[in-house]
Design a protein around this ligand. Sequence first.
Ligand SMILES: N=c1c2ncn([C@@H]3O[C@H](COP(=O)(O)OP(=O)(O)OP(=O)(O)O)[C@@H](O)[C@H]3O)c2ncn1[C@@H]1O[C@H](COP(=O)(O)O)[C@@H](O)[C@H]1O
Length: 107
Amino acid sequence: MVQQTIEELYIQVLERKKNPQEGSYTNYLYQKGLDKILKKVGEESTEVILGAKNNKEELIYEASDLLFHLMVLLVEKGVTFNDIKDELGSRLGQKSLLHERKDWRGE
Ligand SMILES: N=c1c2ncn([C@@H]3O[C@H](COP(=O)(O)OP(=O)(O)OP(=O)(O)O)[C@@H](O)[C@H]3O)c2ncn1[C@@H]1O[C@H](COP(=O)(O)O)[C@@H](O)[C@H]1O
């Protein structure tokens, strides 16, 4: 099965911003603007919730839709993939520290 990482998807979505392509759904969203992108992120978030209540396949499908639209939002707002990785990385450090503190207290 062909697989695509979220980072590869981000790069493709970024590439569409730099070099618009005819027939591209991503470019259609950029053209419509921020409010349209936000509406899609909202809709897809709701669909993830509904999908999760139904079955795993639906959750996978809707989560993929949400991730795609989230990537479009990040590019539209100038948030880089590295910004997200830095934020997640900083949390990883905080979590480890929290666990270590609990260990010191014997919790
Ligand atoms: N991962 C996706 C992806 N996931 C979902 N979608 C599109 O998101 C839309 C979601 O369906 P909806 O019914 O909610 O929306 P719609 O009725 O088609 O459109 P709206 O008028 O509601 O906006 C569908 O048109 C899907 O094709 C995606 N479109 C593109 N990609 C990837 O983005 C990259 C660039 O694609 P293009 O921009 O199409 O070249 C490629 O890697 C694609 O695989």
